[in-house]
Write a protein that binds this ligand. Structure first.
Ligand SMILES: Cc1cc2nc3c(=O)[nH]c(=O)nc-3n(C[C@H](O)[C@H](O)[C@H](O)COP(=O)(O)OP(=O)(O)OC[C@H]3O[C@@H](n4cnc5c(N)ncnc54)[C@H](O)[C@@H]3O)c2cc1C
Length: 340
């Protein structure tokens, strides 16, 4: 059976293939291939994917491009096709002086994927700017629209992560004309203190780009998927105990629980640079695993499992991958595929 390579469609640059890849530039192309037999998978830029081997199904690759703009007295609105590049869209807004997305500059990937894990950076999340999400239910071929509440956004979560049957074709953004800069995040806070006046959206985006370029490896140079793990959330009693043993441990209250910094936990174990086969923990950013030298998906899985075990052993904290883990039949967990 003919297969299609996913090598250039995942920023980890892992070798994998799919049974079939369908490029969707117009919705008619999607409708023409429905109903799909299981398994199937929607793909954008592949910057949040770990393919643990060949995928024995159909990949629907969103390549839809178009941006529609309108406004009312209070807000700017953009209806953006899912295949548009996220960073280019952010820059097109800030270059027009429109604020709201600047903190999310340089996040790789497509607009259609942004609601899936409610992308976030430097104190702003997609949930803050998303008016609605328009999708096709791949089971029925029917159009479905989700308002912000129906998206069930949470930290790196949304309804599109619990139900994988939606193909997001457009996202509607609402950006208030009375824009308020969000400069509360560490590096932006320090930078803005030095300024004499309120920075423009473009100036903030440029600063975010500078900070990110210093901190994060560019997947074009060193293949990676950004943060491999989510920041773990623990009960406050557990956090208190940890603080007694490790007074310098960063902790952030979220409701009645406490969020820990996964990168800090990994760094404290001395795992920066740790390598398994061709996969390694990035030298400067412990939360990022990189394909250093022709890594296989097995190398990445073994490295990730090692980190999970070590963090659990030392802190009693269970790290969970932020990246989407795909096996022969679709979504799964590291544990499931490590045994395959
Ligand atoms: C260097 C680097 C830095 C990063 N920094 C951040 C960061 O700061 N914050 C952050 O939140 N993320 C970050 N990421 C992760 C990644 O950029 C985001 O998750 C991004 O939204 C993924 O977009 P994508 O198009 O590549 O999605 P893909 O990797 O192709 O897909 C990701 C998930 O979304 C689903 N999906 C994709 N498109 C659609 C669609 N049209 N309809 C329905 N489902 C869809 C896929 O099925 C999959 O489950 C980073 C990644 C890298 C490599």
């Amino acid at each position: 059976m003919a297969t299609s390579s996913l090598h250039s469609l995942n920023t980890f640059a892992l070798k994998a293939s799919a049974r079939e890849i369908v490029a969707v530039r117009k919705l008619e192309q999607l409708h023409a291939c429905l109903p799909l037999s299981q398994p199937y998978l929607v793909l954008g830029g592949g910057s949040n994917m770990l393919f643990c081997g060949d995928f024995d199904g159909t990949v629907i690759h969103n390549q839809m491009r178009d941006i529609e703009y309108w406004q009312d007295e209070q807000n700017h609105y953009f209806n953006v096709a899912g295949g548009e590049n996220w960073h280019q869209f952010v820059m097109s807004c800030v270059n027009k002086g429109i604020g709201g997305l600047e903190n999310l500059a340089l996040i790789p990937g497509s607009v259609g994927a942004a609601p899936v894990q409610n992308i976030g950076a430097y104190g702003v999340e997609l949930a803050d700017v998303c008016e609605s999400v328009k999708a096709i239910d791949l089971r029925t071929g029917k159009e479905v629209s989700f308002d912000r509440q129906q998206c069930q956004f949470a930290y790196r979560e949304s309804i599109f992560k619990t139900n994988r049957d939606y193909f997001i074709h457009h996202v509607v953004f609402k950006l208030p004309k009375q824009w308020q800069a969000v400069l509360s995040y560490g590096e932006l806070k320090a930078w803005s203190r030095e300024l004499n006046s309120q920075p423009s959206p473009l100036a903030i985006a440029n600063e975010v780009i500078k900070v990110r370029n210093n901190k994060l490896p560019d997947p074009n140079d060193i293949p990676n998927v950004g943060s491999f793990f989510k920041n773990p959330v623990v009960e406050s009693s557990h956090a208190k105990q940890l603080k007694l043993s490790y007074p310098e441990m960063p902790q952030y209250e979220v409701g009645h629980s406490v969020k820990l910094a996964a990168g800090w936990l990994i760094d404290q174990l001395g795992l920066k640079g740790h390598q398994v086969g061709g996969a390694a923990v990035h030298e400067r950013q412990a939360l990022v695993l990189v394909n250093k030298n022709k890594a296989t998906s097995r190398d990445v899985m073994d490295l990730a499992q090692h980190i999970i075990e070590q963090v659990d052993l030392k802190y009693g904290v269970k790290l969970e991958p932020e990246v989407n883990i795909i096996g022969h039949q679709g979504y799964g967990t590291l544990k499931e595929f490590a045994g395959e």
